[in-house]
Write a protein that binds this ligand. Structure first.
Ligand code: AMP
Length: 557
């Protein structure tokens, strides 16, 4: 029986009591609720966006909410239908935030396109999602030209992100908003319908689309306000550094709007120094990004101690790949707390949080650091387990298994991709492809993606463990460890290292440094030094590219 239909009658026809009778209002968890409350309660709270020329545009919630409504109205007046996909090719800024709320408010699906993908991959994704409309930054029009022979959008609106006049021949986003009917009323939305969509940036197989429901985005936001997760609050100034085209910028735009925090958007500049300039000038208290961003920030801080006056208690959420323990220690030294979470595009994305338990807080600093470098415990309404075949592995902190996840904001399928059904188990769990151990207190430790584990002579070596230990060496700025084919051992570890400026350790020195923590057979057999480790489209180390680069590596016999 649909909820609410029979309210008011305590008895069902069978004579049994209706279990839904006399409970709460049926009040859907939908994004316009967040937007409208923000407009009512926080109209004057600031929203700051940095343009490509690094000048800063300032606005506030009342203006943002008015524009998001106008976007919804303008899209509907342009023929948008329920469930249509509206794509964005945009950096992080207020215009993109308007789309985050305005598109779902119109009953459509915001499809954030990853502007760093190869044009062929983008074209595949746009066609697969059947995107009808596009909102694009003026500075990204050259990218659209590369796609123009491959894809067709019914309408394209150009967003004036650069602040420069619109190039001739394009429809303007500002005119779309200015011409929107003033009598807009929100359509009635069901909390389970899709609000947003994102494709995984997987390096193997086809990109896979994930549809996020309003309900999942709202519950994910609520969870981020809890003291034991991120404690996001109205008192925060939130700098959204994770790309808005990667897994909803980790839910930050939604939760920041929900709590009425001042929001700061960095635009395209994410190098350590530009980032620190903005953290300091806007007095940011919470921000997010992949480890490579924090490695750059720490490096800049170490080279220029005292240059930036950061807000006391600044928290940085790190996720996307495993941050080295040395990063926690290094940032602590500058008064910055690195928080740690784990998640995936398929998990909206944050599913576990690495806050220290009261028991752990009584342990030694070293134990606390190693606990913080683990991926934390499952959020409420998320369940995790690690499986070896069809057996759950014990929670002993060392037995590895494939991590499975299920919960209130975990995808139930990929968008129109029935052949990927086998990523879900018969009993309703999602197979993550991550290999993890779970401690008795429920803390997970991700050892690797299953494809990154190194198989040496019948034993597994965690590339993550070795590279994170390497990054604790004072001369090492970045390190990635990969398995390379070996005639005798099947695979052996090869370490690819980027040194800090002006220092050059020898392979023997690094091997000796690692020998304190690892068995001999786990140590890399070779070290290569390069200027920069290739990055994926979302800024993680690109191990698939490294494997290609060293595929014909010859081991010394
Ligand atoms: P994506 O869907 O692009 O966000 O990638 C998700 C994958 O990133 C996960 O399956 C993990 O392999 C990896 N990942 C995310 N967060 C962490 C973390 N905190 N530590 C280690 N790996 C992570």
């Amino acid at each position: 029986m649909p909820r609410g239909v029979e309210k008011g009658s305590a008895k069902m026809s069978s004579g049994a009591r209706d279990p839904l009778f006399g409970t709460m209002m049926d009040f859907p968890l939908v994004l316009p609720q967040i937007l409208e409350r923000a407009a009512r309660i926080f109209p004057k709270v600031e929203i700051v966006s940095r343009r490509p020329d690094k000048s800063v545009a300032r606005s506030h919630y009342a203006d943002f909410a008015r524009r998001a409504r106008a976007l919804a109205a303008g899209l509907l007046a342009s023929g948008l239908r329920r469930g249509d996909r509206v794509a964005t090719l945009q950096w992080n800024h207020q215009f993109h935030l308007e789309a985050y709320f305005g598109v779902p408010a119109a009953g459509a699906i915001l499809h954030t396109l990853n502007l760093r993908l190869h044009p062929d991959e983008l074209a595949f994704i746009i066609q697969h999602a059947a995107d009808r409309f596009l909102l694009i930054d003026d500075v990204l029009l050259p990218l659209l030209e590369k796609l123009s022979s491959k894809v067709h959008f019914e309408r394209v609106w150009v967003v004036p992100f650069s602040g420069q006049p619109l190039p001739a021949g394009w429809e303007s986003y500002e005119s779309l908003l200015a011409g929107a009917p003033a009598d807009f009323k929100y359509p009635t939305l069901n909390e389970n319908e899709a609000a947003a969509m994102c494709y995984t940036s997987g390096t193997t197989g086809k990109p896979k689309g994930v549809l996020y429901s309003h309900r999942a985005l709202v519950l994910h936001s609520m969870n981020m306000t809890a003291a034991d997760t991120l404690a996001v609050s109205e008192r925060d100034v939130v700098l959204i550094a994770a790309s808005m085209f990667h897994a909803n910028a980790w839910g930050f735009p939604y939760v920041a709007t929900m709590v009425g925090a001042k929001q700061v958007f960095p635009g395209p500049h994410l190098d350590g120094e530009s980032f620190l300039d903005l953290l300091a000038s806007e007095r940011v208290t919470l921000t997010n990004g992949v480890p490579t961003i924090w490695i750059g920030v720490l490096d800049a801080l170490n080279r220029n101690p005292g240059r930036w006056k950061l807000a006391p208690g600044l928290r940085e959420l790190c996720a996307g790949s495993a941050p080295p323990e040395a990063l926690f220690r290094g940032l602590d030294g500058h008064g910055i707390e690195l928080l740690h979470a784990w998640g995936m595009t398929e998990t909206t994305p944050l599913a576990s949080f690495g806050r220290l338990s009261p028991v752990m807080r009584r342990r030694s600093p070293d134990e606390q650091y190693s606990a913080r470098a683990m991926q934390g415990r499952e959020a409420p309404f998320v369940n995790l387990r690690a499986m070896a075949g069809d057996q759950e592995v014990p929670w002993d902190g060392c037995t590895l298994g494939e991590l499975h996840v299920r919960g209130a904001w975990i995808a139930a399928s990929y968008y129109e991709l029935p052949e990927a059904r086998d990523r879900w188990t018969e009993d309703g769990w999602f197979r993550t492809g991550d290999v993890a151990a779970i401690s008795p207190d429920g803390t997970i430790r991700i050892a690797d993606r299953s494809k990154d584990l190194i198989k040496s002579g019948g034993e597994w070596i965690s590339s993550v463990d070795v590279e994170n230990a390497l990054m604790a060496h004072p001369a090492v700025k970045e390190a990635a460890v990969i398995g390379v084919a070996h005639p005798k051992w099947q695979e052996r570890p090869l370490a690819v290292v980027v040194c800090r400026e002006g220092v050059q350790p020898t392979p023997d020195e690094l091997r000796e440094f690692l020998a304190a923590r690892f068995a001999k057979w786990q140590l890399p057999d070779a070290f290569v030094f390069i200027a920069e480790i290739p990055r994926t489209s979302v800024g993680k180390f690109q191990k698939s590219r490294l494997r290609e680069m060293y595929s014909d590596w010859k081991w010394e016999s």
